[in-house]
Design a protein around this ligand. Structure first.
Ligand code: SF4
Length: 340
């Protein structure tokens, strides 16, 4: 019976997937449409196409089950749908301008089958490493995805604490996710797929800086790479009117995250007052050198991922810098952090 159902999904050419969403900036790099880019994406960002909404109900997400947002959006970015065959040809032609392919997946029946097919087809057209970002996976799903050619697997936690998780992704929004199972899925992915596992954390959902830094430390200790995002209010979602995170606070979290990643501090040393970071527990010299490099404030996550303006307008204020910071940008952050 299952085999029959599976068969009925196949198109006449024997394939499951005919369309995929492409981020508007990626489409420019791939020559699929024309546009002006202030900063070009260094990763090709794709999003699964499904003629409906996601089964999950994350409060911040325009793709969510109960969202009233434009379904062509994810965060503040528009993702037009395209024929897969066109995208594959474009990837073959323009892969030299890119360092990675990232496929974001919404949650719907058969998404793993579709991801496996899409990844295997991309691998036939280009040599770029492929990241997928999706719902918690079973061991069998991981084996299939890796067999198809996935390099990195990301399972988004988004929230920094179980309470925030419940409120924005879990029980309180009748979502399918639980903090415990999400963490377990990350642990299992880590055990099976080594150091090629990532997660996303979103600043600004009601957690404190301390909550965020403690969770970053926990994930770092597990060997899981964290991509930091800033909450972005999107029209049509229940959080449309919620404020964006405070910019200096976001930069403090980025700085703590970077110092942890570099092994220069850990959460046992960092001090907090009322949930806010007050001391990174590194020497003044190390702190100054680290801030001056600008590196902590660049987009974090998989290697080669810069997600230009995913959380902010190019006019600013900028949360994640998609390229090397200019001296005036570093000076502004030095002022915001009081490190100069
Ligand atoms: S860090 Fe970037 S490339 Fe990696 S899963 Fe997240 S969005 Fe994709």
């Amino acid at each position: 019976m299952l085999a029959v159902l599976y068969q009925t999904k196949l198109r006449r050419d024997g394939r499951l997937v005919s369309q995929v969403r492409v981020s508007v900036g990626t489409g420019v790099v791939l020559g699929l449409w024309k546009g002006q880019l202030m900063v070009a994406p260094t990763t090709a960002y794709l999003l699964t196409y499904y003629p409906g909404r996601c089964r999950a109900n994350c409060k911040f997400c325009p793709q969510a089950r109960n969202s009233m947002s434009d379904v062509n959006m994810l965060s503040r970015v528009v993702w037009p749908k395209c024929e897969v065959d066109l995208v594959l040809e474009a990837l073959r032609e323009h892969q030299g301008r890119l360092k990675r392919v990232c496929i974001q997946a919404i949650n719907y029946p058969d998404v793993i089958d579709e991801l496996c097919e899409l990844v295997a087809r991309i691998k036939r057209f280009c040599d770029l490493p492929i990241s997928i970002s999706c719902q918690p996976l079973t061991g069998a799903d991981i084996k299939r995805l890796v067999g198809a050619g996935v390099e990195r697997i990301s399972i988004a936690l988004d929230a920094a604490t179980p309470e925030v998780f419940d409120r924005v992704k879990g029980r309180e929004v009748s979502g399918p996710y639980e903090w415990r199972t999400q963490m377990k899925a990350l642990d299992e992915a880590r055990a099976m797929h080594g150091d090629r596992v990532s997660t996303h954390l979103m600043v600004g959902l009601g957690e404190t800086e301390e909550d965020m830094v403690r969770t970053i430390q926990l994930l770092h200790a597990k060997g899981i790479v964290v991509g930091l995002f800033a909450f972005t209010p999107i029209s049509g979602t229940p959080l449309a009117k919620q404020a964006r995170p405070n910019v200096p606070s976001y930069h403090r979290i980025q700085l703590a995250s970077y110092l942890i990643r570099q092994g220069l501090t850990d959460v046992g040393g960092v001090t907090f007052k009322d949930g806010r970071i007050t001391d990174f527990r590194v020497s003044r010299e190390v702190l100054r050198r680290t801030v001056d490099s600008g590196e902590p404030f660049r987009t974090s996550g998989c290697q080669g991922c810069n997600r230009p303006f995913y959380n902010e307008s190019p006019r600013g204020p900028i949360y994640n810098y998609p390229q090397k910071l200019k001296p005036r940008e570093i000076a502004m952050i030095q002022d915001q952090l009081g490190v100069n």
